[in-house]
Ligand binder design. Structure first.
Ligand code: NAP
Length: 241
């Protein structure tokens, strides 16, 4: 049994840990982050070259099943996996960590809509945590942004007034409170990533009465089998043998 595990997430690493060495797992990383946290077992790094490239890889590497444990916002990879697996008649599971309950957050469908709300509400000091690809929509804004991302956004995608904070989670509640106070944040913009590693910012925003704008997850391809936990994913893999 040989499984391709599309990763780049804590859940991907945890699943590799559970499966290895009983199952022959190849974890795949996009290669975006320098010095990534590596899962146990075999690892390959870099894109496959679209649906065709992934389809060829599945054949050449004698893969029996695919688990897509990529980030909930890695929609292109997830769509490619769905298409390549359908073509190869290969079992595919999506491991998607449960979404956060938005609570009082304003839920929007895109970064662009989030930027419209920031403008409409005249927010002035925004904690922007939508990642390196999430800054472009805010480029024309007059507000000031504290931009937190793992890797540096493209210089031409940044808003005029900003400070860059390059860091990687997990984040603690007390630190999030301190960050929001220190920078006099008046709104938090976040993706609905889900999970515990980065949720402290929501609790901190609630405690400080800071409004939250939350970008909703992209929809999953239709007809896909989805589970929410590493344990459920491991059970699914066991059933494929
Ligand atoms: P994406 O937009 O869905 O994918 C773009 C392209 O990157 C894919 O078409 C594929 O290239 C390549 N790719 C993505 N994930 C890959 C993987 N695990 N293995 C091999 N190739 C991969 O993805 P993204 O949003 O840029 O995310 C890239 C990676 O970072 C993912 O592995 C994801 O789990 C992780 N990540 C993303 C976020 C986020 O907010 N998006 C947050 C944390 C971690 P080809 O078409 O050439 O195959």
């Amino acid at each position: 049994m040989r499984v391709l595990l599309l990763g780049g997430t804590a859940e991907g690493r945890a699943l590799a840990e559970v499966l290895h060495p009983g199952v022959d797992v190849v974890s795949s990383l996009a290669g975006r982050v320098p010095d990534p946290a590596l899962p146990v077992g075999s690892v390959r790094i870099g894109g496959f070259g679209g649906v065709d490239g992934l389809h060829s890889y599945l054949q050449e590497e004698h893969i029996d099943a695919v688990v897509d444990a990529t980030h909930p916002f890695a929609a292109t990879m997830t769509a490619h996996a769905a298409q390549a697996c359908e073509r190869a008649k290969m079992p595919l599971l999506v491991l998607a960590r449960p979404a956060w309950e938005p609570g009082t957050a304003e839920v929007v469908a895109s970064d662009r809509e989030a930027a419209e709300i920031v403008a409409r509400q005249r927010y002035k000091r925004v904690f922007l945590t939508t990642g390196r690809s999430g800054t472009r929509a805010f480029q024309g804004s007059d507000a000031w942004f504290l931009i937190r991302a793992v890797t540096e956004p493209d210089i031409d995608s940044l808003p005029h007034h900003h400070q860059l904070l390059l860091s990687r989670g997990p984040y603690r509640y007390d630190d999030e409170i301190a960050t929001m106070r220190e920078h006099r944040i008046d709104t938090l913009v976040t993706k609905n990533s889900g999970g515990d590693m980065t949720r402290a910012k929501l609790d901190a925003a609630a405690a400080l009465d800071i409004p939250v704008v939350m970008v909703d997850r992209p929809a999953l391809p239709e007809g896909i089998t989805v589970v929410g936990t590493v344990q459920q994913a491991a059970e699914w893999v066991a059933r494929q043998t």
